[in-house]
Structure formats: structure tokens, C-alpha cells
Ligand binder design. Sequence first.
Ligand code: MN
Length: 172
Amino acid sequence: MPGSLLFVIQKHAARRLHYDFRLELDGVLLSWAIPKGPSLDPTVKRLATRVDDHAMEYASFEGVIEEGSYGAGEVIVWDTGDYWPEAEGGPAPRDREEAEELIRRGIAAGKLSFTLYGKKLKGSWALVKMRREEKAWLLLKHRDQYADPARDVLEEDHSVLSNRRVEDLKGS
Ligand code: MN
């Protein structure tokens, strides 16, 4: 995979627990908040609300956001790795520049398919924008060898960086 792009999913125990799904593009992290987290079941679509872009440096953040600050609560890096966009019906992107152009077009069109090379999440996924909604997208797993309706991947609740759980950060 020439010129990798980063994805990260942070588990965030804010007032309402959610998973922040972030994709590197143009030097920032495009971000979606997913209340129910990703599912390996290809029949399940998970609401993913587009939120503000984050700085690349935030990709490795784990810790406690202070009480009184926006998003107060514990954060761990639940999964991370490279990702690469999938060209539907066209040639696969050959380098990072072509990949980023394909992602930009996918975001603008409201449908982006991509392969994740994470520790927990692998294989083909898509983000699909809900029509007539400004920020509501759906995250779904495509059918492939990594789809598994029987496995609840959220039970794997440790950080892939530190092996800590959000519960381990409470009160720290
Ligand atoms: Mn969050």
C-alpha cells in the first residue's frame, strides 16, 4: 500500500459513551461520533454523526478530558492502523495523492468505501451519508472474510496502545 493514511477509533466515555471514528485526510482527522460503535455484522448500520475535524496529533491521545471541558471523560485508542479508499468501478488509487482525491470525492458525494488495516477492524467498510441530513452518516461493514455477525468486537475493550480500558482511567 503506497503512502499510507491513518485511521483511529477512540472510545470516549463522555456523558454519553461513544466511539470517535477518525480518518486522515489533507493533514487533519475527519471525525464521526458513533454512539453504538462499529459492528462486524454486515446487516447492521451504525449511526455516525460528523463532528469537527481534529488535529493529527490527537490520533494518539489517551487520558481524561477534565470536568467542565467539552467532552469531559475518559478516552482510549480503541483501534488504529492504516486505511485505503476503494475505487468503485474505477482504477485503484496508486499513491497517496490519488487516494486522497478519491476520499475527497467520496466525502463530497456522501459515500466512501475503504479498507481498514487495524488491530481489531479489518477489511472493507463504508460510510454513507443519509440523504437530507447534514451530519448523519452510517458506518457499515461490507461482506468479506472479516465480517462476523457472531462476534461482538466491542467486547474487546482494551486500548491497542496501552492495553487500558476507559474504566481503568476513571478517577485517575
Ligand atoms: Mn468524542
